[in-house]
Design a binder for this molecule. Structure first.
Ligand SMILES: [Zn+2]
Length: 377
């Protein structure tokens, strides 16, 4: 299933407004006023008790009508329909939908805004993935199995309040770092093979898009360890701020403007295994970045650097850390067959990739990690 080769048309798509920093959500009423006449805030359950009253007061003081609703924990058609009905039945104006919460809250808000032709503000409370700035929502069934992606528009504003983000577990930040780290590693394969980006069919990456991917990689390697340490101690440092921007803006916009290769194709395929369910998306991507670097025959020094970086952040570098401990070869076969059947970005490489080669690279990484030959400086 090959991916289209790019022509001569360069394409870039981004978001219009990105705002990040401590207390950034306090700007929400003014932003809503600029866009429309009232807000519907879909609020993630974990912050609802602590933030709901504060939000209500903030909007009241700015004299902006607001309705606040607690998110029902899953971005499913059922939840989307419930929220849509609620927004449609409001007597207060609500032409701006604000998603304030984790990835699933934002995904639900994105679909509700798109279907009702409303403005969207994405205000993430977690940096666990690079999805806040995206135009894509993933809708699940009520058994938590991924169903399909829904293409919506990108948010009108992304508002990242780092006072909320720093309260999350450091593990979430590490996962976000890995998700973002893949942007440049996968983008390089798109450039090498002259493949299309994910902006529109036929488009090739722009200088701007390429530089975003590179800046993301450099920022993460320079600040990632310090940001992770800061997050472990709930300290909102400059490095933490740099890394949040790299994940949410540079990777969030950068990946679409370049495209994916082996790492995300393999991560999606591994997620079909029951064993990997407790593993976060970014954690799975960390393992898959290293597998891709082995296949791409990247410089050994660079591989070692990325390996140690991931390991230092507590990210998985071996199969058992992904939960794959028994019947390993059958499970890898299953995931890899699924990958070759469904993942178009597996063909974004400048060599012939076979299922055997992909499995060997996974087993080689696993063996390397067990030997600990890369563990020491
Ligand atoms: Zn990802």
């Amino acid at each position: 299933m090959p991916v289209e080769k790019a022509g001569e048309i360069r394409g870039f798509a981004g978001i219009e407004h990105y705002i990040q920093g401590p207390g950034a959500v306090r700007l929400l009423p003014q932003i809503v006023k600029k866009l429309g006449s009232g807000a519907f805030v879909l609020m993630g359950a974990s912050f609802y008790d602590s933030a709901e009253r504060r939000f209500r007061q903030m909007f009241r003081e700015a004299e902006v009508p607001v309705t606040i609703e607690k998110f029902g924990r899953e971005c499913s058609e059922k939840e989307i329909a419930r929220v849509e009905d609620l927004v449609d039945s409001l007597s207060e104006p609500a032409d701006v939908v604000v998603g304030f919460g984790g990835g699933k809250t934002l995904d639900t808000a994105r679909v509700v805004a798109a279907r009702g032709n409303r403005f969207l503000i994405a205000a993430p409370t977690s940096a666990a993935t690079n999805a806040a700035a995206s135009g894509m929502s993933v809708v699940y069934n009520d058994r938590h199995e991924e169903l399909y992606g829904v293409q919506c528009s990108r948010p009108d504003y992304v508002v990242v309040d780092t006072e909320y983000l720093i309260q999350g577990p450091a593990r979430m930040l590490a996962a976000g770092i890995a998700d973002a780290l893949s942007t440049y590693i996968e983008a390089r394969n798109v450039w090498r093979t002259n493949h299309v980006n994910a902006v529109r069919p036929g488009y090739c990456p722009t200088i701007c898009g390429r530089q975003m991917a590179r800046a993301c990689y450099d920022t993460l390697l320079a600040h990632g360890e310090r940001a992770y340490l800061a997050a472990q101690h709930t300290l909102r440092t400059d490095s933490f701020e740099e890394v949040v921007e790299a994940i949410t803006l540079l990777s969030g916009v950068g990946w679409e403007n370049n495209g994916c290769s082996v790492a995300h194709a393999l991560a999606s395929a591994l997620s079909v295994l029951e064993d990997t369910r407790p593993v976060l998306h970014g954690e799975c991507v960390a393992f898959c970045i290293l597998v891709q670097m082995i296949l791409d025959r990247e410089d050994w020094g660079e591989f070692q650097r990325v390996y140690r970086f991931c390991k230092g952040l507590g990210l998985p570098v071996r199969l058992s850390q992904l939960g794959i401990r028994t019947a390993v070869s059958a499970k890898l076969q299953r995931a890899v067959s699924f990958a070759f059947e469904t993942q178009r970005s597996l063909s974004v490489v400048n060599y012939r990739l076979t299922p055997e080669k992909l499995i060997s690279a996974m087993l080689f990484l696993d063996a390397l990690s067990q030997e600990e030959v890369l563990g020491e400086e």
